[in-house]
Design a protein around this ligand. Structure first.
Ligand SMILES: Nc1ncnc2c1ncn2[C@@H]1O[C@H](COP(=O)(O)OP(=O)(O)OP(=O)(O)O)[C@@H](O)[C@H]1O
Ligand SMILES: [Mg+2]
Length: 241
């Protein structure tokens, strides 16, 4: 469905992403894991044209280079960014409606989508009139995902959806992601929480210093000695305090 070839992202002299390639099949979940500064966010930004990038990004045979963010949205590529980027002074519901803005402008009815999001996230429905800035961290992440769903994504790209959340909330977010996967949404999941990401994903890619260090079925990566030592072992120690 999505093909990324030889993707490179540079910030001045710094090569943040160096020749990364991968394929994402329809309905699949791919986890992109790796340490701080490995270039995970830059991969997402590069493939969406939000950072200047070299290489090829092809969605169902169409080259994406040079397309506007709105065109990518229309093709179904929707990002839930790191830090969530909500409108804190607007209500929960207005944030959701903004996620469907380009569809609304084309005359589409957003009502059913709003109901679908509220069905997935009853907490958001209870708080529909509350200002987004007053939500808890976990609720804000739900809102960021809900807002992305309003654009009817075919591929949902998530940048660290579990960052800063308590374990219970992390599990809740992943329960929703698993439900979306079941509904056929293709997922590209950037995470430092390798354990959660590899438990949801079909395949994983380990990024180190801008390059793919390791890739394979999530099940195998979960057992890979290097992954366990670098990511899963540490996660276990942190969890066990
Ligand atoms: N706008 C920018 N200008 C200059 N350097 C940048 C910029 N954005 C990122 N970088 C650098 O590029 C490298 C990769 O950053 P990136 O944010 O892609 O890493 P990451 O894997 O997402 O890290 P994290 O897990 O901390 O989010 C880092 O060294 C970072 O300092
Ligand atoms: Mg990042």
């Amino acid at each position: 469905m999505l093909l990324v070839e030889r993707l490179c992202v540079r910030y001045g002299p710094l090569e943040a992403v160096r020749g990364v390639g991968f394929a994402l099949r329809e309905g699949e979940a791919l986890a992109l894991i790796g340490p701080n500064g490995a270039g995970k966010t830059s991969v997402l930004r590069g493939l969406l044209g939000l950072a200047r990038a070299e290489g090829r990004v092809v969605l169902e045979g169409q080259e994406l280079k040079g397309r506007s963010p709105e065109a990518l949205l229309r093709l179904g590529l929707v990002l839930v960014p790191e830090g969530r980027a909500l409108f804190p002074g607007l209500s929960v519901e207005d944030n959701l409606l903004l996620g469907g803005f380009t569809r609304f402008r084309r005359g589409e009815n957003l009502g059913p989508d709003l109901e679908r999001v509220y069905a997935l996230f009853p907490r958001l429905k209870e708080r529909r009139r509350q200002l987004a800035g007053t939500l808890s961290g976990g609720e804000q992440q739900m809102l960021a995902i809900g807002r992305a769903l309003m654009a009817r994504p075919r591929i949902l790209l998530l940048d660290e959806p579990s960052l800063g959340l308590a374990p219970l909330m992390v599990r809740e977010i992943y329960r929703i992601l698993a439900e979306l996967k079941r509904q056929g949404v293709t997922l590209l999941l950037v995470e430092q929480n390798a354990k959660m990401a590899l438990s949801l994903a079909d395949r994983g890619l380990v990024l180190e210093a801008g390059e793919v260090a390791l890739e394979g079925p999530a099940e195998l990566l979960r057992q890979d000695r290097r992954v366990v030592e670098a990511y899963l072992g540490l996660a276990r120690e942190v969890e066990e305090g």
